[in-house]
Design a protein around this ligand. Structure first.
Ligand code: DC
Length: 225
């Protein structure tokens, strides 16, 4: 692909953003940036250091010396791959809490904007369309009912051999939806110029097809110009 394209996807937990973004990245040859994994990595580090989810000079000092990057699709925290440690319910909650802190958001948004400056990418999160990449070529808001998201998440956990109780998963999803959309800084909401995709009754392939068709149309338009 010669033309630069940045695809931004926002949406609530469990809407299938990362699976879809990975599929689209593979099909279009784009780099995938999972910004949720970056908040999870900070949540993990704060937990390890027993830091409270509140702003302090110590938190700023910790952030200043923290390195976060992606290597072959894995999230790397201070030189160590932590992909296997950030998907637990505890880290989900820790990520939700630390993502409400302006200090944390400032650090990660800056890093994400740097990643989006040079390359063609697909990036997913909560504030990508409005804050991180406001000039992205394509913007989507991917959602699904809370029940459906909880059903998918329960299935995923059971497939991995982990314990999962649907009503507990649903409760956690609703709690995170509430936290993410009611925080003061960059609350989760659909950007005006984002296309909404409700995936409740759609398969991953169908959603990926839709996004790829928009990307092809965009690229055809730019090359025709
Ligand atoms: O997408 P996820 O579940 O891995 O995200 C983990 C948490 O990080 C979630 O509670 C929302 C938050 N987050 C955010 O505030 N901004 C982003 N760009 C990405 C994630």
């Amino acid at each position: 692909m010669t033309e630069k394209i940045r695809i931004a996807i926002d949406g609530p937990s469990g809407a299938g953003k990362s699976t879809i973004a990975k599929t689209v990245a593979g099909r279009l040859g784009l780099e995938y940036v999972d910004t949720g994994a970056m908040y999870r990595a900070i949540g993990l580090k704060m937990g390890r250091l027993a830091m409270k989810a509140e702003e302090s000079p110590a938190l700023q000092a910790m952030l200043d010396e923290t390195e976060i990057d992606f290597r072959h699709g894995e999230i790397v925290l201070d030189g160590q791959i932590v992909s296997g440690q950030i998907r637990t319910p505890e880290i989900s909650m820790a990520a939700s809490s630390c993502s409400a802190l302006p200090m944390v958001r400032r650090k990660l948004v800056e890093l994400q904007q740097k990643m989006g400056r040079e390359k063609s990418i697909i990036m997913d999160g909560r504030d990508i369309c409005e804050v991180v990449l406001p000039d992205a070529e394509l913007k989507f808001y991917l959602t699904a009912s809370a029940q459906e998201r909880a059903r998918r998440r329960t299935e995923e956990l059971l497939e991995k051999g982990e314990k999962a109780d649907f009503s507990q998963v649903l409760k956690e999803i609703e709690q995170r939806d509430y936290n993410d959309s009611h925080r003061t800084v960059s609350p989760l909401r659909k950007a005006e110029d984002a296309e909404e995709i409700d995936s409740t009754a759609m398969s991953i392939e169908e959603v990926a097809d839709l996004i790829c068709s928009r990307a092809h149309a965009y690229l055809a338009g730019t090359t025709a110009r």
